[in-house]
Design a protein around this ligand. Structure first.
Ligand SMILES: Cc1cc2nc3c(=O)[nH]c(=O)nc-3n(C[C@H](O)[C@H](O)[C@H](O)COP(=O)(O)OP(=O)(O)OC[C@H]3O[C@@H](n4cnc5c(N)ncnc54)[C@H](O)[C@@H]3O)c2cc1C
Length: 405
């Protein structure tokens, strides 16, 4: 039996739910159907931010564009359609008041991402959206003439919105099947790689420090034009994690995908005081005890060892060669990446439908009539801090507005 919809949305993630809500509330007679492969809506949204849901980030247009890197300008029309304050108002209207922490991150006041998911789902239902759960869309057929409908498995639809996400953490929903659907329509996919994930290193010394965290470290990719990332860093049993690492991991994965070995430069003391001054004012002081004032003692011990410096050496006995080695290990310690965390544990997908084939003002695909694209399925990914969910929400909002009429 063929079922008909005016707008059929593939995927009930934050992008699909927001689009459905906007399309159905602005144009009630419009039949909106959402098809979702999991048994429930917004499973990843409900798990986001460790269950607390870092939903958005208070930001100016320029900051939002910058967060999405070289393709950032593509996000502008969607961001303008639903800036963070407007998202906060919309969520409040459906019963989810939010709060902003002192770094600009937006969370539900209830600290429950599941409550956000529930509120969006119920608002959609109230607006007349129909849901089909447990059904994975397998095929999309383009209308042969402008009068014809789309065919989506056993549905027909005037317009289609593909909001099927990327392929990170597939147990929470998106498994990359959206990319295959887009490819079947002729869209080019920038090869997906995992982003926002931990990294493993060839060096085994980070394992000695597992569990040790640094509130302020700088990490850069050696011989790369991209800027360094500064923030919290965590040593793990096989490498590194923490926000600074997560935010660099997409670039690392892309370089490795392209066949380049990746060497990182880790600075554990971004603001290093002068050694010469220490020699003058505290020549008899042990270097280890001085370092331990700024760094965890276990890390200071490892870095001295890597620099070939005995633990009990004082500043006055530090030779030039040792000083150079220590400086290197404190400010540009080399680490060779052996692997990144993979899709199974990554929080975002870098790559996706190429933006050249999508109109940023409407989020309509340029190759097919009345096909819209929103959320992580597009070749955009941001850092940790609520940027990715904001992109999902605002792109869903814009696509829902354009597709709903
Ligand atoms: C553990 C975790 C925590 C995160 N925490 C945060 C956070 O705090 N803040 C933040 O900004 N970002 C966070 N993210 C990233 C954020 O969740 C995603 O960027 C966002 O969910 C993307 O939204 P989306 O709607 O585009 O895709 P998804 O949320 O991936 O939704 C796509 C939906 O489409 C469905 N689907 C896919 N293919 C098909 C098909 N063929 N047929 C039918 N249905 C299909 C999937 O099952 C899925 O439900 C986190 C991610 C993870 C994995």
């Amino acid at each position: 039996m063929t079922m008909a919809a005016s707008l059929l949305i593939v995927g009930a993630g934050p992008a699909g739910l927001m689009a459905a809500l906007v399309a159905a509330s602005r144009n009630p007679p419009h039949g909106v159907t959402v098809v979702e492969r999991l048994p429930a809506a917004g499973v990843k949204l409900a798990a986001s931010g460790g269950g607390r849901g870092n939903l958005s980030h208070i930001a100016t247009e320029d900051e939002f564009v910058a967060a999405f890197g070289k393709h950032g300008r593509f996000t502008l029309p969607a961001f303008r359609a639903l800036p963070p304050e407007a998202l906060q108002r919309l969520l409040k209207d459906i019963g989810v008041p939010t709060l902003v922490d002192d770094t600009g991150r937006v969370y539900p006041r209830s600290q429950s991402a599941a409550a956000v998911r529930d509120a969006l789902f119920h608002a959609c239902r109230k607006a007349g959206v129909r849901f089909q759960f447990g059904q994975q869309v397998q095929s999309l057929t383009v209308p042969a003439t402008p009068e014809e409908q789309w065919r989506v498995d056993s549905w027909t639809a005037h317009s289609v919105l593909l909001a099927a996400g990327g392929q990170s953490t597939p147990r929470l929903g998106s498994d990359g099947s959206g990319f295959a659907l887009a490819r079947s329509l002729g869209y080019s996919i920038i090869p997906p790689v995992p982003a926002l994930t931990s990294i493993q290193t060839m060096e085994t010394w980070p394992g000695i420090l597992r569990g040790v965290s640094l509130p302020d470290a700088t990490l850069a990719i050696a011989d790369s034009r991209g800027s360094a990332v500064r923030g919290e860093l965590l040593f793990t049993h096989r490498g590194l994690s923490g926000p600074a690492v997560l935010n660099l991991s997409g670039r690392i994965a892309r370089l490795r995908y392209d066949g380049h070995p990746v060497i990182l430069r880790l600075s554990v003391m971004p603001d290093l005081p002068s050694f010469a001054r220490q020699r003058t004012i505290a020549g008899t002081r042990r270097i280890l005890s001085w370092l331990s004032e700024s760094l965890p003692r276990s890390l200071a011990t490892v870095l001295l060892e890597l620099s070939g410096i005995p633990r009990d050496l004082t500043f006055s006995r530090l030779a030039m060669g040792q000083e150079r080695a220590l400086l290197l290990h404190l400010t540009a310690c080399p680490l060779t990446v052996s692997s990144t965390g993979g899709f199974e544990q990554s929080m975002a997908t870098a790559g996706g439908i190429t933006l050249k084939q999508v109109c940023p003002e409407t989020l309509a695909g340029r190759l097919t009539p009345r096909l819209f694209l929103a959320g992580e399925i597009l070749d955009l990914d941001g850092p940790t801090g609520g940027w990715n969910l904001h992109w999902a929400f605002c792109s869903g909002y814009l696509a829902g507005m354009k597709a709903g009429f």
